[in-house]
Design a protein around this ligand. Structure first.
Ligand SMILES: Nc1nc2c(ncn2[C@@H]2O[C@H](COP(=O)(O)OP(=O)(O)OP(=O)(O)O)[C@@H](O)[C@H]2O)c(=O)[nH]1
Ligand SMILES: [Mg+2]
Length: 396
């Protein structure tokens, strides 16, 4: 029996769709999803998973009252714990302090220095003093260090940061963030409260410390000839530093003599792991030491190469027209002007600043998951650039 014409048409269309679907299933393979974890793909072994002990001797420890807070002959060296912080961050600061006092400073009693662009409140001072047996000093950042410099054009600042905001550069429209980054890059070590100190350990509000540390980390820096200690390495947002590397290259062109012969240049210009970052940042990998944690020797920042480098950058205006952070600025300077052997990974200091961790494999650590880099979304693992540092320099 012959089918009506409309039924024949329907059958043909249905068959057509059927074969089209078969074709799609067997010929078009979907692209593999981008791996959220470069960490696992691109390095063979995460050193945080190795059993982690203390760094090599000599290490200075508590014996009797050699680190007692009121001992005028103590073994402490000229070093301080250092925080730039706002009054509103009191509770978050207390939480960071509690962790650091519990894991380390209740043994060594290094003084704390708190700085702010406005005076600290009495409540802030009272509660902070109560959180430590060590000496505490509060001070204000000199206006000349904090103010936007005279050569920055406000209209240009507003235009530039509106563009950065469109590109979702975090905090780009917050002037105080730019001021803070500039101050942390090139001015903090000129604060009169730090004049007699050589080493500092930067501590931010709302960070965590997880592992008991039983040696004097400042003495470690001094005895082992280290300039800079870090825990975490990250990629930066290239949009925030588009001209930082070209400005750096200009400076280096004028001062080739400042390049250290044992530098980490290849680490800075790596383009193999995230070529897109290197391209957008015009030649810089954007890999940096995450500077909310740093234990460092201010002699490096106070040295002529660094001072001149900072002045060059400051004049170029990128702390305001872009959003240059102190982390890439410090890291680039260290990578170029310092001996890479003098940069130390504090693998044994368990640390978190949201959303990243350094969590070693050690019975001395509590409260973090060994080897876990982030507790945020999986794509955040892509921001991990520690493998780069280990590749070019090692874990030393
Ligand atoms: N006194 C003062 N401190 C500031 C100001 N802006 C930032 N800070 C401090 O500078 C440090 C870095 O600022 P954060 O806001 O934590 O910047 P961040 O770590 O890049 O950003 P988050 O991921 O939000 O923590 C912290 O110790 C802040 O308390 C400011 O305007 N005044
Ligand atoms: Mg922070």
């Amino acid at each position: 029996m012959a089918m009506p014409k409309s039924m024949r048409l329907l059958a043909v269309v249905t068959l057509g769709i059927f074969f089209w679907l078969l074709y799609q299933i067997f010929t078009v393979t979907p692209p593999p999803p981008e791996s959220p974890s470069l960490k696992i793909d691109k390095w063979t072994k995460d050193p945080n998973l190795d059993p982690t002990g203390e760094p090599p001797e000599p290490l200075h420890r508590v014996v009797g009252n050699n680190y007692a807070p009121d001992n005028p002959q103590s073994n402490r060296i000229n070093a301080t714990l250092l925080s730039l912080v706002r009054n509103e961050e009191l509770n978050d600061m207390l939480q960071s302090m509690r962790d650091l006092e519990r894991t380390w400073n209740h043994k060594f009693n290094y003084p704390w220095t708190f700085l702010n662009d406005v005076p600290f409140t009495e409540e802030f001072k009272t509660k902070i003093r109560a959180a430590t047996k060590a000496e505490v000093r509060f001070d204000v950042v000199p206006k000349a260090h904090w103010d936007v410099p005279s050569w920055i054009n406000n209209d240009l600042y507003l235009e530039s940061t509106a563009l950065l905001k469109e590109q979702e550069v975090q905090y780009s429209d917050k002037i105080s963030y730019h001021q803070m980054c500039r101050w942390n890059s090139g001015l903090f070590y000129h604060h009169p409260a730090l004049a007699n100190y050589r080493y500092y350990w930067r501590v931010e509000p709302k960070v965590h410390f997880f592992c008991a540390v039983d040696y004097d980390v400042f003495r470690y820096m001094q005895d082992h000839n280290k300039t800079y200690g870090f825990t975490i390495n990250l990629y930066d947002s290239p949009q925030s530093i588009t001209t930082l590397w070209p400005e750096t290259m200009k400076f280096l062109g004028d001062h080739p003599e400042y390049l250290h012969k044992n530098n980490a240049f290849d680490w800075l210009r790596d383009a193999t792991r995230r070529p897109d970052h290197n391209m957008k940042a015009n030649g810089y990998s954007t890999c940096h030491f995450w500077s909310n944690f740093e234990i460092a020797d201010m002699e490096f920042w106070r040295s002529r190469p660094y001072e001149e480098y900072f002045k060059h950058l400051d004049r170029a205006g990128g702390f305001f027209y872009e959003r240059w952070g102190d982390a890439p600025v410090h890291s680039i300077a260290l990578g170029l002007f310092e001996d890479k052997e003098r940069i130390h990974w504090f693998r044994d200091i368990g640390y978190q600043h949201i959303p990243f961790f350094n969590c070693p494999n050690s019975p001395k650590c509590k409260g973090c998951v060994t080897g876990r880099f982030t507790d945020g979304e999986a794509w955040l693992n892509r921001e991990d650039c520690r493998p780069n540092w280990f590749k070019f320099v090692g874990t030393g």
